[in-house]
Design a protein around this ligand. Structure first.
Ligand code: RRO
Length: 308
């Protein structure tokens, strides 16, 4: 089955891509994504200067999910800017994930990376792992001010990667903020921030940074991800494309994201565990599910969740 999708006028040869952060820091990792069955190459969130990130252990899978506190290890935006042209030769969209340690950084990086013409820019307002820095997406005023500044310097399609919200009041508060920016897509959700995974044998937290607190991913966050996809799909009446992220382990999980309103899905914890081979497996599984249910494409079932 043809699993290609179009988001903000950009064609993705498959609706599956890596989640920012998963196997996408180095040139080698990005090229491996280019040669894989992934429908796009999403970069690690980039900062002004290169960073080694937080002390290890900082990524640990556990039954049902993963916890990470990577701390934005990345090559710095100049390195990614220099790579984009080459990565585009793989014939799939290149998505530049932009972060920053302060508001001005986002604007500087977005302007510079925009000049390298990635196919899309995903602005990350939701890193949970920088000690002392709250997730920007939980502050609507800062989010709006920052996104308006970034929007002014970005000419390629621009979206925002949001943290999970846990109350309809928060979705309702954020939707008008996002609506005023002129966004081309939403990426939902980043990891569920500041979880704590404990090993009772050693009586220790499983990761080192921030006293063991880190972002949760994988199967355990799928219902939270689906709820966020669905909530924003409804608030924007299906008119703002959504890339769903969270708990995509099988083609069936991806199908659930599509039903809730996602146009495409990103894969984090599963890609970390399985490597880029997961994209062929997920594509085969989703293709079989769509076919069995009589859908002709990912777009065909988008948003069609029925309420009881
Ligand atoms: O690098 C990280 O620690 C990290 C980032 Br920037 C993010 O957006 N989400 C996440 O789970 N980890």
């Amino acid at each position: 089955m043809d699993l290609s999708v179009t988001i903000a006028g950009v064609r993705f040869p498959s609706c599956f891509m890596n989640a920012a952060g998963a196997r996408c820091v180095t040139r080698e990792e990005l090229e491996t994504l280019g040669r894989s069955g992934a429908g796009a190459i999403v970069t690690k969130s980039m900062t002004l200067e290169s960073r080694t990130g937080n002390p290890e252990p900082r990524y640990v899978p556990f039954p049902g999910g993963s916890i990470n506190s990577m701390g934005l290890p990345n090559l710095g935006y100049r390195a990614y800017a220099a790579l984009i042209h080459e990565l585009k030769q793989f014939g799939k969209p290149v998505v530049a994930s932009v972060a920053g340690l302060q508001e001005d950084d986002f604007v500087t990086i977005a302007q510079a990376i925009n000049d390298s013409r990635p196919d899309l820019i995903e602005v990350n307002l939701s890193c949970p792992n920088i000690p002392g820095k709250p997730q920007i997406g939980y502050d609507p005023e800062t989010s709006e001010r920052l996104l308006k500044r970034v929007r002014r310097v970005v000419t390629v399609p621009m979206g925002v990667k949001l943290p999970p919200y846990f109350d309809p009041a928060h979705h309702q508060m954020m939707a008008p903020v996002l609506g005023r920016i002129g966004l081309d897509f939403l990426s939902l959700i980043n990891s569920v921030g500041n979880g704590l995974v404990v090993d009772p044998e050693t009586e220790k937290a499983v990761i080192k940074p921030k006293g063991g607190f880190g972002g949760l991913g994988g199967t355990i966050i799928k219902p939270v991800a689906l709820a966020n996809v669905r909530a924003f799909w409804k608030l924007f009446e299906g008119k703002l494309p959504i890339i769903g992220t969270g708990g995509v382990v099988t083609g069936r999980d991806a199908f659930e994201h599509l039903l809730c309103g996602a146009s495409a899905v990103q894969v984090g914890t599963t890609l970390m565990a399985e490597g880029v081979g997961c994209f062929e497996r997920l594509s085969a599984e989703l293709g079989a599910t769509l076919q069995r249910k009589g859908y002709r494409s990912p777009a065909d079932c988008r948003g069609r969740l029925q309420e009881l």
